[in-house]
Design a protein around this ligand. Structure first.
Ligand code: MRU
Length: 364
């Protein structure tokens, strides 16, 4: 997608073909900074500190983390240690496990001297696959928006509500929830996006607003709790969100607060769609509420806010009494019954075991 009019991905290889380059997402929207990852430790920290975030991008960074690790220690023990530390970097996005399993299956049978080249090659392939999948799910999602546009009796614009950042910054390019929006916008359909700020880390305010702005998509930032009100007043035509892990039965784990949006959408007959590429499906579980490991992050993310001061410095402020404890559950689960449809690279399906099995028969 575009940054200052220039086509950019979120992760790429430097000219030396070994350093991995990322956009430091903790600095956006105030500063656009590119950071080098040269070691396994750099990759682990980039994931856990959320310099890179979003399920698909976490997976791709983990794959490159394996490649960086192989440059240092390509023994069997080196493969196992790299998998272990990367796996622990963030617990909820299943793309992380998916990418590490994929890399391990390729690296294990190879002689040590071939592992580094193979790991870089596969990481690059996974990155390219992610771009293709996200582009393709965008094409499928665009059909839903177009149909709504053609059917609509009040044809000024289509209002779409999204939560967190499931745009190109959360993937390698295009995004999941935002990919259909970019495709529809590029096709000339007038779109307006309601962007949930997404406390505590404000990915909506910081990242979604920034990338929609870079691409010229009209949008309005709202506080997390206003979506229900907008839906009651006919101001939301549909919701599209991303997911960090969708179960084989269609339960959707995504950024905390997604569930409440889905409840409000169901109460107001607003269609609630989820965009996801295949590697975000966890085929090993069905019951999301029971079986997804929900990340609990540092409470200081809840008790503090990070932003730009009037003198142009990025600064942190406290918003609660020092003595008040805080809890920081980073994700929640929306049961399949509240999801209108899953938009995948293979097409749109209802959120059900049968629907997903039809699209992905190889996992049945
Ligand atoms: O904590 P984050 O910023 O990694 O959470 C990201 C989300 O919740 C996204 O909606 C999800 O990863 C889907 S990304 C295309």
């Amino acid at each position: 997608m575009l940054v200052d009019g220039k086509s950019t991905r979120t992760i790429w290889l430097a000219a030396n073909r070994s350093t991995v380059k990322i956009i430091d997402q903790t600095r956006l929207p105030h500063e656009f900074i590119i950071v080098d990852l040269d070691t396994l430790d750099d990759a682990v920290k980039a994931i856990s500190n959320m310099q890179v975030r979003g399920a698909p991008l976490i997976g791709v960074t983990a794959a490159y983390g394996m490649a960086l690790a192989m440059g240092d220690n390509a023994t069997d023990a080196g493969v196992d240690i790299a998998c272990k530390v990367l796996y622990q970097a963030r617990p909820t996005a299943v793309n992380l496990r998916w990418a590490l399993d994929d890399l391990k299956a390729i690296l294990d049978p190879l002689p040590e001297r071939e592992r580094k080249i193979a790991a870089y090659a596969r990481a690059a392939e996974i990155a390219d696959e992610d771009v293709e999948q996200c582009s393709s799910l965008g094409d499928h999602g665009k059909v839903i928006i177009k149909k709504m546009w053609n059917d609509k009796s009040r044809p000024e614009r289509i209002n779409i509500l999204t939560h967190c950042n499931a745009g190109w910054l959360a993937t390698v390019d295009w995004g999941t929830a935002l990919s259909p929006i970019y495709k529809a916008h590029d096709a000339g359909i007038p779109i307006h996006v309601w962007v949930d700020e997404t406390r505590p880390r404000n990915q909506g305010a910081n990242l979604t607003c920034w990338e929609l702005g870079q691409h010229g998509v009209p949008h309005t930032l709202i506080v997390d709790n206003v979506g229900g009100h907008l839906m009651q007043h006919g101001q939301v035509d549909l919701c599209i969100v991303g997911t960090d892990r969708t179960t084989a039965a269609g339960d959707v784990c995504n950024k905390t607060g997604t569930y409440l949006k889905a409840l409000a959408a169901a109460d107001n007959n607003v269609p609630f769609y989820v965009g996801l590429p295949g590697p975000t499906i966890d085929w090993t579980i069905k019951d999301g509420v029971r079986d997804v490991n929900i990340e609990e992050r540092d409470p200081s993310e809840v008790t503090r806010l990070i932003g730009l001061t009037e003198d142009g410095y990025i600064s942190t402020i406290a918003i609660s009494p020092k003595a008040s404890p805080a809890a920081n559950f980073a994700f929640d689960v929306t049961p399949a019954r509240l999801v209108t449809g899953l938009i995948t690279e293979r097409g749109v399906t209802d959120a059900s075991e049968e629907g997903l099995a039809k699209l992905y028969p190889e996992f049945k």
